[in-house]
Write a protein that binds this ligand. Structure first.
Ligand SMILES: Nc1ncnc2c1ncn2[C@@H]1O[C@H](COP(=O)(O)OP(=O)(O)OP(=O)(O)O)[C@@H](O)[C@H]1O
Ligand SMILES: [Mg+2]
Length: 265
């Protein structure tokens, strides 16, 4: 569903030099796949997500969605930002309803959809009536997630969506996300710097190296639900850690040795 063909992205610095962030990256995310993008801070994860979302254009190469080159953001690709901001003048429920109303939803279906996603995110109806200034950071992030998940988009682009949450909430929401993903056949591109998160969530992991380094792809062929305390899970984490610590040169030279097995729901 999402394809990158030889994508490079550089940024022009204030002194006129150009800084390469991604170079010659090719990637294919089939419909319904859960891809995690893993890499150290500054390696270009958010840049990659912005390219897929259509917020920025590649310096070189092409980004295609369903076979067509993208020129702009589209409703089929919903984005959860790294630091999501809610509309401060709307209640929690109205924040969640906002995008749905733009899509023409109203009345009972709208109210039911909002209630369902409040509940999924562990928020009460009472929370729904609160204004963003009265929420904790973790609650705000859950509302921001509910707002995007409630749209039930074809593709979800998520930038470290759970990183500000406590471990229990994060693990519960990871399971909710997997449940929604399996139920709707959503294609997910999920940015994280956590090896644990990638091993738990992904069908496939794209590891990005420090620029202007390359990247590697790894399949995670384990069945779900995955057991975090199993040897298999620990081995996967070790493997990801190993790839993260390697100097990554190019996509192509790394693709074949790591890709094995299909993906599982
Ligand atoms: N608009 C921009 N103009 C100039 N440089 C940019 C711009 N956006 C990103 N960069 C640079 O590109 C590099 C990659 O940034 P990016 O935000 O994609 O990293 P990241 O992997 O998401 O990091 P983090 O894990 O910290 O969020 C950084 O060196 C950053 O300074
Ligand atoms: Mg980022």
């Amino acid at each position: 569903m999402i394809t990158l063909e030889g994508v490079s992205k550089s940024f022009r610095l204030d002194d006129g030099r150009s800084e390469p962030v991604l170079s010659d990256l090719s990637l294919n995310v089939p419909e319904g796949e859960f891809l995690c993008v893993l890499g150290p801070s500054g390696c270009g994860k958010t840049t990659l997500l912005n390219l897929i979302a259509g917020f920025t254009a590649p310096t070189k190469g092409r980004v295609l969605v369903d076979g067509a080159e993208i020129g702009a953001p589209g409703p089929e690709r919903a984005v959860v930002f790294q630091d999501a901001v809610l509309f401060p003048w709307l209640t929690v429920s109205r924040n969640i309803a906002f995008g749905l109303e733009l899509q023409g939803m109203k009345g009972r279906p709208l109210a039911e959809r909002v209630s369902r996603y409040l509940a999924i995110m562990g928020l009460s109806e009472e929370d729904g009536g609160k204004y963003p200034h009265a929420l904790s950071g973790g609650m705000s992030q859950r509302v921001a997630l509910a707002r995007v998940l409630a749209l039930e988009p074809k593709a979800l682009l998520m930038d470290e969506p759970f990183s500000s949450l406590d471990v229990d909430t994060r693990e519960r929401l990871q399971d909710e996300l997997l449940r929604l993903w399996a139920a709707h056949g959503t294609t997910v591109v999920y940015v994280t710097h956590s090896v644990e998160e990638a091993a738990y969530l992904a069908d496939k992991v794209l590891v990005l190296g420090t620029p202007p380094g390359g990247s590697a792809e790894l399949a995670v062929p384990q069945e779900r639900p995955r057991n975090r305390s199993s040897d298999e899970f620990r081995a996967m984490k070790e493997r990801l850690r190993g790839v993260l610590s390697e100097p990554l040169r190019s996509v192509r030279s790394h693709l074949s040795p790591y890709l094995e097995g299909g993906f599982h729901r």
